[in-house]
Design a protein around this ligand. Structure first.
Ligand code: COA
Ligand code: AMP
Length: 238
């Protein structure tokens, strides 16, 4: 199978990224689809990489959705979900990292769940989860859209599911898109993706991800996130 990854930028700013894992027979169609995806750009790069191994994840994380009137209420729920798994001071460090942004980083922060230290080598880059897709992307997309979710959820759920498979113990994410205010937290113990709206105010151009991991697994987790290719077979029931 083949990993196809597209990234586009405008005036030096990253504006679009997407990826697929497809059979060779779908390569032409996929490259054209990704080429037509960004609305406006002055640079586009499409990587095509033959994969030696592709692993399967049977079920995605279970989705639970919560909507609130204010960011404050949604954050209170986020803290309630994570407080049994992440120490209070480490959780507030993670939230401070995401809330006090003056620029977006290019990947996720890795936070030691035991001691609260940042573990990524490059603080402006973080670590990216790549080589992840759905076995039947169109089928999954149509179910999620029918259930009121967005195309973004299709990709975010896939990334979050791979993260847990690679040894991430919990995650916090909200988008850097000023118009997209939903975010999520995941917990490996419950294998659940808790979608929370709104985790930021409309118009806010900053977002990010924090992956809570165990320091002793650092190298293994990073190698899995960056290199191991997975296809997810189905959604979880419920
Ligand atoms: N944000 C900002 N810059 C990015 C980026 C991102 N998400 N992805 C790539 N870049 C830029 C960086 O400058 C990067 O250099 P770096 O490695 O020093 O950070 C450069 O492009 C080269 O990136 P590369 O590692 O070659 O990218 P890739 O071929 O592995 O592809 C993407 C990564 C684009 C597939 C991935 O970042 C992505 O966007 N995945 C889809 C995520 C998604 O679906 N999001 C929506 C819902 S959450
Ligand atoms: P997005 O949900 O695409 O708006 O991304 C939100 C934030 O997550 C970005 O600002 C980056 O900090 C980070 N990010 C983007 N892509 C990835 C990825 N593939 N893996 C990990 N983190 C990412």
């Amino acid at each position: 199978m083949i990993s196809v990854r597209m990234r586009a930028s405008l005036k030096g700013e990253h504006v679009s990224g997407a990826e697929r894992i497809v059979e060779k027979s779908s390569l032409d169609k996929t490259v054209i689809e990704l080429l037509n995806r960004p609305k406006d750009y002055d640079f586009i790069n499409i990587n095509v990489e033959l994969l030696k191994d592709v692993f399967f994840i049977d079920k995605a994380l279970k989705i639970e959705s919560f909507e609130f009137k204010t960011v404050k209420e949604a954050k209170t729920k986020l803290i309630q979900i994570l407080e049994s798994y992440v120490k209070k001071d480490i959780l507030s460090k993670a939230l401070t990292l995401l809330e006090n942004r003056t620029k977006n980083i290019r990947g996720a922060h890795l936070l030691d769940i035991e001691l609260g230290e940042l573990l990524e080598q490059d603080r402006d880059r973080g670590v990216r989860t790549v080589k992840i897709d759905w076995e039947d992307r169109e089928g999954i997309k149509s179910i999620l859209l029918k259930n009121g979710f967005t195309e973004r959820t299709v990709d975010a759920l896939a990334i979050a599911t791979k993260n847990i498979e690679c040894g991430v113990l919990a995650e916090i994410c909200w988008s850097d898109d000023p118009n997209y205010v939903s975010g999520y937290v995941t917990v490996s113990n419950t294998k659940t993706y808790y979608r929370l709206t709104p985790l930021k105010e409309k118009g806010d151009p900053f977002g990010g991800r924090v992956y809570f991991i165990s320091r002793k697994n650092l190298d293994k987790v990073v190698s899995c996130l960056e290199n191991k290719a997975f296809l997810i077979r189905s959604l979880s029931e419920g």
